[in-house]
Ligand binder design. Structure first.
Ligand code: X8Z
Ligand code: ZN
Length: 641
């Protein structure tokens, strides 16, 4: 008589009983069974239980939903408490909650493989797929490694939040240390090469503190990726787009090749103007742009250069910052402006708890992560933002960006937990930006945010004003594209080992040169860690989402303009106030992640990822730049134009 060791039937519990619930496909265990006899396996052999049914699968995912609600709410409460008050204790609490969640997702994803042989209905099949992708930083099997990973992760994010840019010549002098907002302000406003250089360098130097931790973190996170059957974390991140990781890379490179000519024109125009301002010698002979001269710490968007680059000086210049400052606009008032745009489309006002629980300004009494973010902390319309708002145009736009996340949360918070996210992460990043494309002079005038602008005639505004305005938008959204791409190009190489730990900074600058066309203003060696000076690297936030969102947002805008009945050139549209556009958007947001993103895109009347929308939008500017650049032999990141 052989011994029946494992017969658990209909097992749906996780974690506590998971090791007793393994199931192996029938072919494997039944191969050893005699016909007509019960199946037995030895203790050393694989466990066996009856093949699961669709009811088992549904019960399993119901349970997962409840478990995830408990774990994600706990994790996000801990994370909110941590990021709005960075202390050793809140770091530890956040790390514990992250580690518990990661452990669960690993077990649950493995357990869900019991249903591999079933033809699951689409909703369950999608949940199964999303469960495996649910941890951005996947958990290693080994508990000690898992804890260490979460601790290292929390400590890097915390260090970034607490970082100060100190004077390299006097690093101990706290009076000479600046917050990131102060560095941003210097880079946005100073046009003194040396002042800009000092500010740029002082912030970049903060990255070095996380270099060793980052290497360790990559090793541990890759163990987690292996546990889930991925080659590395990069492959896991590239798997969230309803196509194979290889197809995704092909798509991204196709999109980049389509928009790159527009970027190259902008780069050439900007470099020429900068050379006129700073001189040939300071600009160098390589054709790239010194990275500290673009008005932003990472040169990821160049809007503060607008006054220097304005094609037609004075033609309807829109100095929103000046007006916000003059009006002494408070952070709350800034957020109210953003909410107003959404309610104009027929969205609900933000819940009262949003105003009670959000963090709108840098507190004086504690350390926080100032980098802007949006939350639904308890996954039940508990919307919040955390941001250190200043009265400036950048922040005005960022508020719309953040509220885009909040309204996405709001539209899908009744979905199952695994569907409570964007159609893909690029969708989530693109919503608020889509609305911000409709912030026209006429709208700003309505808000009382147009100072002394002359000649505001909205759709029929003069051609010069159109070009000015387009340049300003391009400095934000076209300038961003290569940066949006390169962070994860770099991380993919680091995760795969193609870039070894001792070459991380060199590889970073190779990509910044070749994709973005910027040059470090001083030598940056391997004693530095410049990626560590960008929030999303120590913060472990994938970045390809922003590249995609900068393509999608123009498609969303085109779709909502269509819904609003706009006729005429794309860049002249504003769907502000259109309930038809609002309804279209709401319906798409309400899908959450329940359908492949291509279906959500099709629901808007758009097909796949399509760069024609951004190219159409900027057609007038492109023609202008081509003329302005004619005869210039600008070196572009990939050669000569
Ligand atoms: O991180 C953000 C948002 C929060 S999701 C403020 N963004 C990227 C960045 O700042 O680097 C928005 C644009 C790109
Ligand atoms: Zn965002």
């Amino acid at each position: 008589m052989r011994l029946l060791t494992v017969t658990a039937l209909g097992c749906t519990t996780l974690l506590a009983t998971v090791s007793a619930c393994q199931w192996f496909p029938p072919a494997r265990s039944q191969a050893t069974a005699d016909a007509g006899e019960p199946v037995y396996v030895t203790r050393s052999g694989p466990p066996f239980e009856a093949a699961p049914t669709l009811d088992d699968a549904r019960a399993f995912f119901n349970k997962v939903d409840g478990d995830l609600r408990r774990l994600w709410v706990a994790r996000d409460r801990a994370s909110w408490a941590n990021q709005t008050n960075l202390t050793d204790d809140t770091d530890a609490i956040a790390a514990d909650a992250e580690s518990a969640t990661a452990a669960y997702v690993l077990e649950a994803a493995r357990d869900s493989r019991r249903f591999d042989t079933l033809q699951l209905p689409p909703d369950l099949a999608r949940m199964k797929q999303l469960l495996r992708l649910a941890q951005t930083v996947p958990a290693p099997d080994d508990e000690a490694a898992r804890r260490e990973l979460a601790q290292v992760g929390a400590s890097m994010a915390s260090a970034y939040g607490k970082a100060r840019a100190c004077d390299a010549r006097d690093p101990q002098n706290a009076a000479k240390c600046r917050t990131i907002e102060e560095v941003e302000h210097t880079l946005a406003s100073s046009r003194d090469y040396d002042v800009q250089l000092e500010a740029w360098k002082s912030w970049h130097d903060t990255g070095a503190a996380t270099r060793a931790s980052y290497t360790r973190w990559v090793t541990l996170a890759n163990q987690g990726a292996h546990a889930l059957g991925f080659a590395d974390v990069g492959e896991l991140w590239r798997s969230g787009y309803d196509m194979t990781p290889g197809e995704l890379v092909g798509e991204v490179h196709r999109l980049w090749s389509e928009v790159k000519p527009l970027y190259d024109e902008l780069h050439c125009y900007t470099r020429t103007r900068l050379e006129a301002r700073y001189g040939k010698e300071k600009m160098g002979a390589h054709g790239r742009i010194p990275a500290h001269l673009l008005g932003n710490i990472w040169a990821q968007e160049w809007t503060s250069l607008y006054p220097m680059l304005e094609p037609y000086p004075g033609a309807g210049s829109l100095d929103v910052t000046k007006r916000l400052v003059e009006k002494k606009t408070s952070p709350t008032e800034m957020v109210k402006y953003g909410e107003r745009f959404f309610t104009s489309l027929g969205f609900d006002p933000l819940p009262s708890t949003f105003w009670e629980r959000s963090m709108f300004a840098r507190p004086r009494d504690r350390e926080v992560v100032c980098h802007a973010s949006a939350w639904d902390v308890t996954w039940s319309n508990d919307l919040r933002i955390k941001m250190c708002i200043e009265p400036k145009e950048d922040d005005f736009v960022t508020i719309h960006h953040e509220l885009g996340h909040n309204y996405y949360f709001h539209q899908y918070f009744n979905q199952p937990m695994l569907f409570q996210s964007g159609a893909n992460d690029g969708f989530h990043e693109g919503i608020g930006d889509t609305l911000a494309l409709s912030i026209t002079p006429a709208y700003l005038k309505k808000l009382g945010l147009l100072g002394d602008a002359r000649d505001v005639r909205d759709a029929s505004m003069g051609e010069k004003m159109v070009i000015n305005q387009q340049l300003k938008t391009a400095l934000q959204r076209v300038a961003f594209l290569p940066f949006g791409l390169l962070i994860d190009e770099w991380r993919w190489k680091v995760f795969s080992g193609e870039v070894p730990p001792e070459k991380m900074n060199e590889a970073w600058w190779d990509l910044r040169r070749s994709i973005q066309g910027v040059e470090p203003p001083v030598a940056r060696g391997e004693d530095q860690f410049d990626p560590g000076a960008k929030y999303h690297v120590p913060g472990a936030t994938p970045y390809l989402r922003y590249f995609l969102s900068h393509i999608y947002q123009f498609q969303f805008y085109r779709a909502l303009c269509r819904a609003a009945g706009h006729k005429g050139p794309l860049h002249e549209c504003s769907f502000e106030g259109s309930k038809a556009a609002g309804d279209k958007l709401k319906a798409m947001l309400a899908l959450g992640a329940s359908k492949p993103w291509q279906e959500a895109m099709a629901q808007l009347g758009e097909k796949g990822a399509d760069a024609t929308a951004i190219l159409d939008y900027f057609a007038p500017l492109r023609a202008h730049l081509q003329k302005a650049n004619a005869g210039k032999s600008c070196a572009t990141p990939s050669g000569v134009r």
